[in-house]
Write a protein that binds this ligand. Structure first.
Ligand SMILES: [Zn+2]
Length: 73
């Protein structure tokens, strides 16, 4: 089982969101950043919960999608 903490640590330190490449967001306050991380964490936990219900193992869920999607093998 993957640790949700790992996902949070992938988040952009500038804006607290999950995106690839350069940060194009405006700088946000630490409180906003925490709120975004919390929202992302809840969304991620729900996604993995849904994936489990659909019979998709956590390590096969595509991290870049909002809905449970099996990774291409
Ligand atoms: Zn960013």
């Amino acid at each position: 089982m993957l640790q949700f903490k790992e996902f949070v640590e992938e988040l952009c330190p500038e804006c607290g969101e999950d995106h690839e490449g350069e940060c194009s967001h405006e700088a946000v306050s630490p409180a906003q950043r925490r709120a975004r991380k919390q929202a992302y964490l809840l969304k991620t936990m729900k996604k993995y919960g849904d994936a489990a219900k659909m019979g998709i193992p956590a390590d096969q869920v595509n991290q870049r999608r909002n809905t449970p999607t099996r990774k291409k093998s």
